[in-house]
Write a protein of this length. Structure first.
Length: 218
C-alpha cells in the first residue's frame, strides 16, 4: 500500500511540474512577440529610408546651357549635375568649380562666368548705350550673324555610332558622364536616327534640338 501511495504521489508531482513548465513557456513566448514585432518594424523603416535617399534634388545655375532643378543619383558628383544641365557654356569658369565634389540634397551648384567674359560683356553694353543704334552698328551685327551662320554650316558632324567618348564630348552640352551614357546606350542598340538619342538618360527634347545639327548617324 505504501509503495502504491508513493507511486501516485510521484505521478502527481510530475503532472504539476509539466503544467508549471507549460505556463512559463507560454508567458515567455508572449513577452517575446512585441520585441520581434518592434525589430521587424525598425528594419522596414530603415529600408524605406534607404530607398528615399537613392536620389537627391539639386539646382544648377550660372554658366550652364540648361539651368534648372534636377533629380540625380544620391552618390553622383558635381560634374554629373552639370552634364544633366546641358554642360558648361563657352564662357564658364570651370576652374572655380569643384567638379569631383559629391552632391547633396537641396544643394545649389552655381557655375561662375570667366572674369574676362564678364568685363567684356559690361564694356560692350556700355559702348552700345553710349553710341546708340546707328546704321554702322546694324551693319556690323548683320555681318557677325552671317559669319556665325557660315561657321555653323562648316561644323564637322560627329558620328554617334562610331565616335569615341572623347569625340562625343565635342558636341555642345555633352560632358564626360553623358558621353559615356551615349556609348553604353548604343552598345545595346545602334542609333538609326538623331531622335534615338532620346534613349540616353539625360538627353531630352531640348538638348536633342541643340545636338541635331552636330550629329550624324553612320
Amino acid at each position: 500500500m505504501q509503495a502504491k501511495a508513493k507511486k501516485i504521489i510521484f505521478i502527481g508531482i510530475l503532472i504539476v511540474g509539466c503544467i508549471i513548465t507549460s505556463i512559463i513557456s507560454t508567458d515567455n513566448k508572449e513577452k517575446s512577440l512585441p520585441i520581434g514585432s518592434m525589430l521587424q518594424s525598425s528594419q522596414t523603416a530603415a529600408v524605406s529610408k534607404s530607398v528615399q535617399k537613392k536620389t537627391v534634388r539639386v539646382q544648377v545655375s550660372g554658366a550652364v546651357l540648361e539651368p534648372g532643378i534636377y533629380d540625380l543619383p544620391a552618390n553622383c558628383r558635381v560634374e554629373e549635375a552639370i552634364s544633366a544641365a546641358g554642360g558648361l557654356t563657352e564662357n564658364a569658369d570651370s576652374e572655380r568649380v569643384n567638379l569631383v565634389r559629391k552632391v547633396r540634397d537641396g544643394m545649389q551648384i552655381r557655375v561662375p562666368v570667366k572674369k574676362a567674359a564678364r568685363t567684356s560683356r559690361t564694356q560692350r553694353k556700355n559702348a552700345q548705350a553710349t553710341a546708340g543704334y546707328s546704321a554702322s552698328s546694324t551693319k556690323k551685327v548683320g555681318s557677325t550673324r552671317a559669319g556665325t551662320e557660315k561657321n555653323n554650316s562648316a561644323v564637322q558632324r560627329v558620328r554617334i555610332n562610331s565616335a569615341s567618348a572623347s569625340e562625343l564630348q565635342q558636341l555642345p552640352g555633352i560632358g564626360p558622364a553623358l558621353a559615356q551614357r551615349i556609348v553604353e546606350t548604343r552598345n545595346s542598340g545602334r542609333f538609326t536616327s538623331a531622335e534615338d538619342l532620346l534613349r540616353v538618360p539625360g538627353i531630352g527634347k531640348a538638348k536633342l534640338a541643340k545636338l541635331r545639327d552636330y550629329v550624324e548617324v553612320d
